[in-house]
Design a protein around this ligand. Structure first.
Ligand code: GDP
Ligand code: MN
Length: 378
């Protein structure tokens, strides 16, 4: 999960990193009131989980509460790289003297974290790295050793940053380790006119595998699952990703679902989703999955591709039959069952004899059939 800037800001503050005073607002009058409390002159910042907001017009200085209200009215509803702005952060402006970049990112290939530091902050770091790679220092951090005082000084020096940022580098490392983050980035980290070092913008990506042991309350994650189908699927505990094609895809096991997407594409059609009902998928899970996919108005046909292993095909077939009792099937369903208890599964479906359910015994054949049915329904 990616955090919004205001959530990252709160987290940094909690760990003793200096951040501007700020409030979140979801309407122009709320922004006006917040500006009033923050001293009048404020920066209004779009809260979307993408960078480059400044360039897109999503970060604006407002001279007083009235200007903050007007600016917020312009920013709310704005689309920044595909993200609609629902809220803004109203922050006390900072007098910027110098801008730096600092961050930690997971280097999966080497099983290490990478500290990244650059004296050229403010711009997108990828741009700086492409144009002047020597201006971006990358230092490996051993996760067991962590960022010691000496390490922090080394990182700062490598990036051409003043030694005073060492303390912040260590605090950000604590944020990363204690919050199970995969990425912690501050761009820009600024030196103010008064010589204070302030995190002006933050990006934090948390490792969702560690969700169970998160200690910090992030509040409702209103920004991620914007797709209502994805939200519904998440609530049902399904691994579902909405795609933009017409063939709904359901399978068991991420690998099988991925190859099913490929085979559907190979048949000249486009998958409408990725839905993995998982290893020990029960009839209930199958029914829940079907109702999500059938609820997608883009779907023209549904392909259920199951290789019975731990999940027996007869359980899957029963799930489909049960789903047919609760959901009115308005779209053709192509089912391929193979592996554990395939014969019994096929028999259960054959007995139900629903006119819109087609059984095909091979994956390629089933995908071709689903593609064909989607095309003729379009
Ligand atoms: P991003 O474009 O999404 O990375 O948004 P940022 O929060 O990094 O803001 C973009 C740029 O706006 C920063 O690099 C700063 O140069 C500038 N900026 C943001 N807040 C302030 C502020 O309080 N004071 C000043 N002087 N500049 C700011
Ligand atoms: Mn930034």
């Amino acid at each position: 999960m990616d955090l919004f800037e205001h959530q990252a800001r709160e987290l940094f503050e909690h760990y003793g990193v200096l951040v501007p005073r700020a409030e979140v607002a979801d309407s122009a009058p709320a922004a006006r009131a917040a500006a009033g409390r923050l001293g009048g002159r404020v920066v209004v910042k779009a809260q979307v989980k993408t960078g480059g907001r400044g360039k897109a017009g999503g970060v604006k200085l407002a001279a007083d509460p009235t200007a903050a209200e007007l600016t917020t009215r312009q920013i709310l509803g704005m689309n920044i790289k595909g993200h609609t702005v629902h809220r803004v952060m109203v922050a006390e402006p900072v007098e910027v003297e110098r801008e730096f970049y600092v961050g930690y990112a997971l280097d999966r290939a080497r099983g290490r974290f990478l500290a990244i530091a650059s004296a050229e902050g403010g711009m997108e770091i990828e741009e700086v790295a492409a144009r002047r790679p020597e201006a971006v220092a990358r230092i490996a951090v051993d996760p067991e050793e962590g960022v010691t005082e000496a390490k922090a000084v080394e990182i700062a020096a490598a990036g051409g940053l003043p030694a005073e940022v060492a303390g912040i580098l260590r605090r950000l490392w604590t944020v990363l380790t204690e919050q199970d983050a995969l990425l912690v980035e501050v761009n820009p980290l600024v030196v103010t006119r008064d010589g204070a070092i302030v995190a002006l913008d933050g990006k934090v990506t948390l490792d969702d595998n560690a969700r169970f042991r998160r200690t910090y309350a992030y509040g409702p994650d209103t920004g991620t699952a914007v797709d209502p189908l994805e939200a519904e699927a998440a609530a049902k505990g399904l691994n579902y990703v909405k795609l933009d094609g017409r063939v709904g895809v359901i399978g068991n096991g991420a690998g099988l679902v991925m190859s099913t997407l490929d085979v559907v594409a190979g048949c000249g059609a486009r998958p409408a989703d990725f839905l993995d009902i998982g290893g020990g998928a029960s009839a209930e899970v199958m029914a829940a999955g079907l109702s999500v996919v059938l609820g997608d108005p883009d779907v023209r046909s549904v392909l259920v591709n199951v290789f019975g292993g731990i999940t027996a095909c007869d359980a899957v077939a029963e799930g489909i039959v049960r789903a047919l009792d609760t959901v009115t099937l308005t779209k053709p369903l192509v089912v391929r069952l193979d592996g554990n208890s395939a014969a019994r599964g096929r028999a259960i479906l054959a007995e139900r004899a629903h006119p819109l359910v087609h059984q095909v015994d091979t994956m390629d054949g089933a995908a071709a059939r689903a593609a064909e049915l989607a095309a003729s329904a379009a």
